[in-house]
Design a protein around this ligand. Structure first.
Ligand code: SF4
Length: 462
């Protein structure tokens, strides 16, 4: 019978049906970081349990890392405690851990694919919502809470409810100045932030087929913002080439065998879906959020739509009918697991080259990993950004969630390439976030206000 990748992977990893109706699912790869693990390891110790599969567990420090000075001990005592605790827990359990002085360090969802840990048809769990990112390589990847982190550490299994599968086809080509970020913001806007509850999102269609793995990661990353538990793209030749030679990917003949297995796990052409939705790529425009969830967005030249009494309008200080273009910004942030990869920095640098950041704007570029940082520096991107007045920082989550010194102050308004615009997300309870593509953030940094990046494309290579 024709099946989806989701069902094939689920069935291949099912240990047994639980009386609750849930499935006990084996987890192929567990990624841990400093924020959601201290209590989980404590609970393990209290029960006298040990980590079941340290060889399937890998750690990095990302959320609390300062991006300006990364020397230890961190100046923030709590951050230092979290880092020390993860170091101790990983050492005791025999789990490899990449601290900020290690070349493999970076945001957990950037380094997994980068190192070849993330592979097609794998089940992956991590104590961070945006674990769906790994679905870009054909994995089924779950963001989990602290008690589930404990479960995976102790048993390498998760108890999960089954999911329905929604196929989302995006066909055609994007116009210049329109990026993967605009695609996923448009999908979330149309389907709603709760639209994916109970679903896995399978992305396909000619646009997804043509996308790079980096672009697919941007799409899968924000599946969770549309309510979906996971998001994935079927593995194809691009996936295999992306993985070939990466340190943790199978090597030599084992790689060829793995490719055959990965191909067999892709969704069959006649697979049935619980729902299907189609988007026209050519109709997608540069998109910006105006509200306090990622579904509250507009195409750049559209008027804001909604009820003036909506708390989002009140919090953000916007009015229905007004336009987002011309909105003055205070901060520009390029980074995060959504858009902190090399191709994101290249897209932003193409806009920045030869320009200056507006004098009233604080502008930051934070690579998603040390490897991204090194590759960007080898291409001179750091010089492009610093010459324009951006700060070039060390790898980490940075302003995406304000759990480190990179925070908004007061009611500052930030043009951000990250994934969440919730109240308080960037470290200030009254700070405001406008989500957009890295190229749009770059354009806003230069103009000092939200602008249509398409007005700045002259001379930019397609
Ligand atoms: S960049 Fe943001 S969303 Fe991604 S892992 Fe870090 S805090 Fe989470």
């Amino acid at each position: 019978m024709a099946e989806t990748l989701f069902h094939k992977v689920w069935n291949a990893h099912a240990v047994r049906q639980l009386p609750s109706g849930q499935t006990q699912l084996f987890v192929g790869l567990h990624l841990v970081h400093e924020v959601t693990t201290p209590q989980a390891f404590d609970m393990l110790r209290q029960h006298g349990w040990t980590v079941a599969y340290p060889d399937r567990t890998f750690g990095t420090i990302d959320h609390i890392v300062p991006t300006s000075v990364q020397r230890r001990p961190f100046l923030d005592v709590m951050a230092e405690e979290m880092a020390t605790s993860l170091e101790r827990n990983c050492r005791d359990a025999g789990i490899p851990l990449w601290t900020p002085d290690h070349e493999n360090q970076g945001i957990v969802h950037v380094i997994g694919p980068e190192l070849g840990l993330t592979q097609p048809a794998m089940t992956i769990a991590c104590g961070d919502s945006h674990t769906s990112t790994h679905g870009a390589l054909g994995a089924i990847a779950f963001g989990i809470g602290t008690s589930q982190v404990r479960d995976v550490l102790a048993s390498q299994c998760l108890a999960l409810d089954p999911l329905k599968v929604r196929r989302i086809d995006i066909n055609g080509r994007l116009n210049p100045g329109v990026f993967a970020k605009d695609v996923i913001l448009t999908i979330i806007r149309r389907l709603g932030v709760q639209g994916g509850v109970g679903f896995a999102y399978e992305y396909g269609g000619s646009l997804i087929d043509a996308m790079t793995i980096d672009e697919r990661m941007t799409i899968c990353n924000m599946s969770i913002e549309g309510g979906a538990r996971v998001g994935y793209v079927n593995p194809d030749a691009k996936t295999f080439e992306f993985l070939r030679g990466r340190p943790f990917a199978p090597q030599g003949a084992a790689f060829d065998r793995a490719v055959n297995w990965w191909k067999a796990m892709a969704s069959d052409s006649g697979a049935a879906y619980d729902d299907r939705v189609t988007f026209d790529a050519a109709a997608i425009e540069p998109t910006v959020t105006w509200g306090i969830n990622p579904g509250q967005s507009v195409a750049i030249n559209e008027p804001l739509d909604g009820d003036a009494n909506d708390e989002a309008f009140e919090f953000m200080g916007f009015r229905p009918g007004s336009r987002i273009t011309g909105t003055k910004i205070d901060v520009a942030f390029i980074g995060s697991c959504t858009n902190g990869r090399l191709s994101d920095l290249e897209a932003a640098a193409a806009i920045v080259r030869g320009h200056r950041v507006a004098p009233h704007v604080k502008a930051l570029v934070v690579p998603g990993s040390r490897a991204v940082s090194k590759a960007a520096e080898a291409r001179g991107l750091n010089d492009v950004f610093t010459a324009a007045g951006f700060e070039w920082r060390g790898a980490g989550c940075s302003m995406c969630l304000g759990m480190n010194p990179d925070k908004l102050e007061g009611r500052q308004l930030c043009a951000s390439s990250s994934n969440r615009n919730f109240k308080g997300r960037m470290g200030s309870p009254t700070g405001r976030t406008l989500l957009m593509s890295p190229a749009m953030v770059a354009a806003a940094a230069i103009a000092g206000e939200v602008v249509d990046v398409r007005t700045m494309l002259e001379g930019v290579p397609a």
